[in-house]
Design a protein around this ligand. Structure first.
Ligand code: MSP
Length: 505
């Protein structure tokens, strides 16, 4: 476990509204941040918006408003979307914020003064969609592999950052630190890039071509290349709050695989040049397709996160995203698959355990928790199943294997449902002499619910809270992950009435 967790999402371009891709990365970051906070680790979670560059200037022009008005409106939309999805970020960074602008200018001035930035000529093929230069080799039939558009040929005097100077140092760092880029496939991809001659990085755009950007501190005729500006958000955010020393280096930058090169090559190089410690880990996620196809407006298969939330609830969406994608690999989104998960794992699994436990407690004991009695082998096995789930969850989450972590928790939840079926308190209850045993069985079920809710809380925060409330547990007691099994509830503790946590769809 880290000493301090500083977790970031990419900052999202404001030329599109939040979609499944941005929602996924944000949900992953939010779940991790909650996971660390729950384990008592001081945590900072930053997200935000990427607001400069040609792409944004173009979108503003199309919308018929100034870039300023445009970015303010879309950035607010991102913020309100994350707020209404219950995303608990600590800081929302915006690259058009004057504090970020000053930070970037400070770094540029320093690099220029130490001769890591020089004036030269920029020639190549540029894709506006990607905001980057392509080599012939990287193109697919002469087109940008991501946008399938023809990049434009550009040639102009510009400023360059001496990236080549740091290339060996970055490669050495990645070779020495196997966990620096996760999963391993992306580490290998990065090392392959770093074995090629990458050259220096053009970091400016002449103002006559693009004015929407951060002006270079040493030449007012130019603005900063948007990636050079954007990557610095990870440092400028904490700096703007006077927390840089406390927070840096970042524990984990979460990104999608399409932005590997800027994060795995440009960013460590920039950090080395600027004299900052390198971030600890880059977590590279795969891509969601929709119904087997790349999501696109023209195919009409763009998934809207808020619509899903309204239809199925945010927790069901979070669960699906985390459970159905192995982090780092691609996955396909369909509403049918989400419904299958919802019904099987949430309604029949966790939801069923909640409703039957509370319903039987109400029916047999007026919702009063009964004494546990000395544990039978089956009782002990149930407690062990949850203890093991916790260990396995922690192990898998450290590996960013969210799907495996949740699977481990659900093994315990399934064990609890099986325990109810095997122990059959509903049958025993017909025999008056078995009443104490029925009470003990239900006590173990209630403990299962308590621990299950604690374990799922970072991933399904609303549901965990509803279970906590139904159990009548105060929040501070619920926050204690180390409460021993059997000691959370006093005899005669009053539970709430049964709830239907996840109605079947
Ligand atoms: N602004 C840059 C990031 C700068 S970070 C210093 C950017 N923005 S983006 O809005 O285009 O993309 C943000 C993230 O969403 C990227 O990590 C990208 O990989 C991710 N996704 C976009 N579509 C996606 C899917 N369909 N599936 C999963 N993630 C995808 O890039």
């Amino acid at each position: 476990m880290p000493r301090h967790a500083y977790i970031t999402t990419p900052i999202y371009y404001v030329n599109a509204e939040p979609h499944l891709g941005s929602t996924y990365t944000t949900v992953v970051a939010d779940a991790l941040a909650r996971f660390y906070r729950q384990r008592g680790i001081s945590t900072t979670f930053q997200t935000g918006t990427d607001e400069h560059g040609e792409k944004i200037a173009e979108s503003a022009r199309e919308a018929g408003v100034s870039p300023r008005e445009f970015v303010d409106e879309v950035a607010a939309k991102f913020r309100s979307t994350w707020d209404s999805c219950g995303i608990q970020y600590d800081h929302f960074v915006r690259t058009s914020d004057p504090r970020h602008v000053e930070f970037v200018r400070g770094v540029l001035a320093r690099l220029h003064a130490q001769d890591d930035i020089y004036f030269g000529s920029y020639e190549g093929l540029y894709c506006v969609g990607c905001e980057r230069l392509y080599t012939e080799k990287e193109l697919k039939d002469g087109l940008c592999p991501d946008h399938l558009t023809k990049p434009s040929e550009v040639s102009e005097p510009n400023y360059f950052f001496r990236m080549a100077k740091y290339q060996d140092a970055v490669r050495g760092h990645i070779e020495k630190n196997p966990g620096f880029i996760h999963p391993e496939g992306y580490r290998n991809e990065t090392l392959a890039m770093l074995r090629e001659d990458l050259g220096d990085l053009c970091i400016s755009r002449p103002k006559e071509r693009l004015s929407w950007g951060i002006e270079l501190p040493f030449d007012a005729g130019y603005v900063t290349y948007v990636w050079f500006d954007a990557l610095l958000n990870y440092a400028s955010g904490p700096a703007a709050q006077g927390r840089f020393e406390e927070v840096w280096p970042a524990t984990l930058h979460l990104i999608g695989k399409d932005i590997l090169k800027p994060h795995a090559v440009f960013w460590p190089t920039m950090l080395l040049a600027a004299g900052y410690p390198l971030y600890e880990r880059l977590g590279v996620g795969g891509f969601w397709s929709s119904g087997g196809h790349k999501m696109s407006k023209s195919l009409g298969n763009v998934v809207k996160p808020l619509e899903l939330r309204d239809r199925y609830g945010m927790d069901a969406l979070r669960y699906f995203l985390l459970r159905d994608m192995a982090f780092g690999q691609d996955a396909d989104f369909t509403e049918e698959a989400l419904i299958v998960r919802l019904n099987a794992d949430l309604a029949n699994g966790l939801g069923n355990l909640v409703s039957r436990t509370l319903a039987m407690s109400a029916k047999y004991f007026g919702s009063r928790v009964q004494a546990r009695l000395p544990a039978t082998d089956e009782d002990a096995a149930l407690a062990t199943a949850f203890a093991e789930a916790r260990v396995e969850l922690d192990r898998q989450i450290e590996n960013l294997a969210f799907h495996r972590g949740l699977e481990a928790v659900w093994r315990a939840i399934d064990a609890a449902n099986k325990y109810v079926a095997d122990q059959a308190p509903f049958k025993l209850a017909r025999d008056e002499t078995q009443r104490p045993r029925v009470g003990a069985i239900l006590h173990n079920c209630i403990e299962s619910l308590r621990v299950a809710a604690q374990l799922v809380a970072p991933f399904l925060p609303d549901s965990a809270d509803r279970i906590r409330e139904a159990l009548g547990l105060p929040a501070d007691r619920f926050a204690n992950l180390d409460l021993p099994w059997g000691e959370a509830f006093a005899d005669e503790h009053l539970l709430g009435p049964s709830i239907n946590l996840f109605p079947r769809v």
